[in-house]
Ligand binder design. Structure first.
Ligand code: NAD
Length: 334
């Protein structure tokens, strides 16, 4: 298939070209796909977008008019695509349903340990020749209660690691995961999880009903001084409420790999720009906040699976083979 890979970075080009069996004509552009740039789809029956591309109704209508029939997403999350509109426009959407859940789960643990043991401060101190330990006091993870919000593939991988560290685990999900139950995860209401956990880690997808799941009210339910980790999607947290919770010192630590307005910032180099997102800049001023630019997925193993699956999705579509990676507006079919 002739496929335009949008928001393509050098590593995408390298890994997708290596995975391509030669059957598909892949064209790489670093353009971010949205309603303003949708005209680039002209001549491409398939597009391969990433999470910073926006496939809203307007974009989908344009690309459908230009002849695009297939979207092969280089991601698990599909919140950046208006799926009902894609269906209406006759565009098939496929994703990478399963890639290393370990990449994201291990990264969430990395954020927890960084914040708990103040590694971000220690790194700079030692480089400055300052070997004082004041302000670096942490806590044992062993025996602490961690609340996992969303116990699907990534949540379960996280549960396994934290179980090994001797944590007590609470889970919140609409569908309890037997693997987590075997590990001793106790399923409770979101309110109970927030109140009882010293660390809360978010692993549910972004849907209209989960947008601002962590609002002012829910942040207030968290126990005093608790840590919040978000490696799922930025809009799960209301940023204004988050800043207020940090300023009041109610929230003790925050680790973000995703940010509500990341589309304007992430995956680009702004080092010579003035960043005008005041909320983002405010978050950076807190000593108990660590922010990274949506890199939790970024391991060799995950990239290989993402690219292999993307090529497999193109193969399956071209020969009309059924695939577990099809995304449908009917969520129970996912
Ligand atoms: P998954 O589908 O395996 O698990 C999601 C879980 O959330 C499921 O168990 C589901 O029942 C639960 N859930 C859905 N809606 C819910 C609701 N309203 N209330 C309670 N529970 C609900 O997905 P996964 O592979 O574990 O990925 C989780 C999310 O992680 C993805 O949707 C994506 O947004 C994010 N992600 C981030 C990165 C990154 O690099 N930062 C990489 C991959 C995935």
């Amino acid at each position: 298939m002739r496929c335009l890979v949008t928001s393509a970075r050098p590593y995408d080009q390298q890994s997708l070209s290596a995975a391509n069996d030669g059957h598909h004509e892949l064209v790489f552009v670093d353009t971010v796909l949205n309603a303003d740039t949708a005209f680039i789809a002209q001549g491409y029956p398939a597009l391969c977008p990433f999470v910073d591309d926006t496939l809203d109704a307007k974009t989908l209508e344009t690309i459908a008019r230009l002849g695009t029939k297939l979207l092969v997403l280089r991601s698990t999350g599909f919140n950046h695509v208006d799926i009902p509109v894609a269906e209406k426009q006759g565009i098939t959407v496929m994703r990478v349903r399963d890639y290393s859940p370990y990449a994201v789960a291990e990264y969430a643990v990395g954020l927890m340990l960084t914040l708990n043991r103040h590694l971000h401060k220690a790194y700079n101190r030692v480089r400055d020749g300052n070997f004082l330990l004041d302000g670096l006091l942490g806590f044992d993870m062993h025996g602490k209660t961690v609340g996992i919000v969303g116990t699907g593939k990534i949540g379960a991988a996280l549960a396994r690691i934290l179980h090994g560290m001797g944590c007590h685990l609470l889970g919140y999900d609409t569908v309890p995961n037997p693997t987590c139950q075997e590990l001793g995860v106790a399923y409770v209401s979101l309110e109970t999880l927030l109140a009882k956990s010293q660390i809360v880690s978010l692993h549910i997808p972004l849907f209209p009903e989960t947008r601002h799941l962590m609002n002012a009210e829910r942040l207030a339910l968290m126990s005093e001084g608790a840590m919040l980790i978000n490696t799922s999607r930025g809009p799960l947290i209301d940023t204004a409420a988050l800043i207020a919770a940090l300023k009041s010192r109610h929230l003790g630590a925050l680790g973000l790999d995703v940010y509500e307005e990341e589309a304007n910032l992430y995956f680009k180099n702004h080092c010579d720009d003035i960043i005008c997102d005041d909320s983002f800049e405010r978050l950076l001023t807190f000593p108990n906040v660590v922010i990274t630019g949506h890199q939790a997925f970024f391991t060799r193993e995950a990239m290989k699976t993402i690219t292999d699956t993307t090529i497999q999705n193109l193969d399956d579509y071209s020969v009309g083979r059924d695939s577990p990676n099809l995304v449908s507006a009917n969520r129970t079919a996912q």
